[in-house]
Ligand binder design. Structure first.
Ligand code: MUC
Ligand code: MG
Length: 360
């Protein structure tokens, strides 16, 4: 089995509504879709999703495409993709950082090899321990009444009973009032958690988390800038409410440092920020050894990326806080003909082969 060619295609898809994060509004999502072809005509598909171009992380779809076309693709040609870990190691030697680019290629290689072997991708990562994962939805319209209506509809349709609120855009007092109102509204019927996306300093975080904890918010995600592990550690020690590291956690080495400093209670895993499925498994192994639970994060992927995240998270017993693999539901369009199974408050593992049954 040999790699014959690699394509990196830019795709923009509008969201079904404005998605407001601490750093601005998102109206469309930008993707790099990677297609790896082998000499026998098989294709594997992967994806890198960015939020707000290089606003969430350093990479944009344009840098990802360049890294793949110029530095990864040409060197992979003619290689046997089956020793997936070894290929990942080689890519790490050719390209430092640029983890989103490497992750998209690794997803495509995983899909390709799993298809060639007629097995679900999860099987190549040790096999699934979860057949379903509880699935969160993000309420991020920026309007309390609209968010409550949206949450009610999700509950009635048995789609979601975990709601993540994106805050950090407005004045901290207003954001806290918004989150507390929603937490009170759904009390006893849904889990409410907030994602601050690094917007607060430590003093603001202390003030706001106290109120959010009292209101019954279950999880506080990345309240302070990603470099401030010292502040994250103090907040984790000070409050009972669970604190989750997202932007502070990229590589397995970051996970080790977070564990060492106890700078979080929960780790948000994402294949792109980690640099691919294998780095995600390594990160989860550190969490597991430290007794630190994980949450299956996302970057608002299409079904292609969502399937790669799902197959990976399904193999991880450390993922006990559910996941937010709802990306396809926020998009006006998708890249596959058959959607993933999302019902009864959960996303369900696709039996394969590969990542999804119906490539674009
Ligand atoms: C993030 O920071 O977690 C994931 C879901 C969502 O609404 O935003 C993203 C990014
Ligand atoms: Mg986050």
């Amino acid at each position: 089995m040999k790699i014959r060619s690699i394509e990196a295609i830019l795709v923009d898809i509008p969201t079904t509504r404005v998605h407001r994060l601490s750093f601005g509004d998102v109206r469309e999502q930008n993707y790099v879709i990677v297609r790896v072809h082998d000499e026998d005509g098989r294709v594997g598909i992967g994806e890198a999703s960015t939020i707000g171009g290089p606003a969430w992380a350093e990479e944009s779809t344009e840098t990802i495409q360049t890294i793949i076309e110029r530095y990864l693709g040409p060197r992979l040609l003619g290689m046997d993709p089956r020793p997936l870990r070894a290929v990942s190691q080689r890519m790490g030697q050719w390209v430092r950082g640029n983890r989103f680019a490497k992750a998209a290629v690794e997803m495509a290689l995983l899909d390709l090899v799993a298809r060639a072997m007629h097995v679900p991708a999860a099987q190549l990562m040790g096999g699934a321990v979860h057949e379903r994962l509880e699935l969160a939805w993000t309420l991020a319209s920026g309007d309390t009444a609209r968010d409550i209506d949206e949450g009610e509809a999700m509950l009635a349709e048995r789609r979601h009973r975990i709601f993540k609120l994106k805050i950090g855009y407005g004045k901290p007092e207003n954001d806290v009032a918004h989150a507390c109102n929603i937490a009170a509204h759904f009390h006893g019927r849904a889990r409410v958690q907030v994602d601050v996306n690094q917007a607060w300093d430590e003093l603001t975080a202390v003030r706001c988390i106290a109120s959010l904890q009292d209101a019954g918010v279950a999880l506080i995600e990345q309240p302070v800038p990603r470099e401030r592990l010292d502040a994250m550690a103090r907040l984790a020690a000070r409050f009972d409410v669970a604190l989750m590291a997202d932007e502070s956690l990229n590589t397995p080495a970051d996970a080790l440092e977070i564990v060492r400093q106890r700078a979080a209670d929960v780790l948000a895993l994402k294949l792109t920020k980690a640099g691919g499925p294998w780095a995600t498994l390594d990160t989860a192994a550190i969490a597991q050894a430290a007794g630190m639970p994980c949450y299956g994060g996302c970057m608002l992927e299409t079904t292609v990326g969502t399937a790669a995240y799902l197959h990976t998270f399904a193999t991880l017993s450390a993922v006990t806080w559910g996941c937010e693999l709802f990306g396809p539901r926020l998009l006006k369009d998708d890249l596959v003909t058959e959607p993933l199974q999302m019902h009864d408050f959960a996303i369900h593992l696709h039996p394969g082969p590969g990542l999804t049954a119906t490539p674009c």
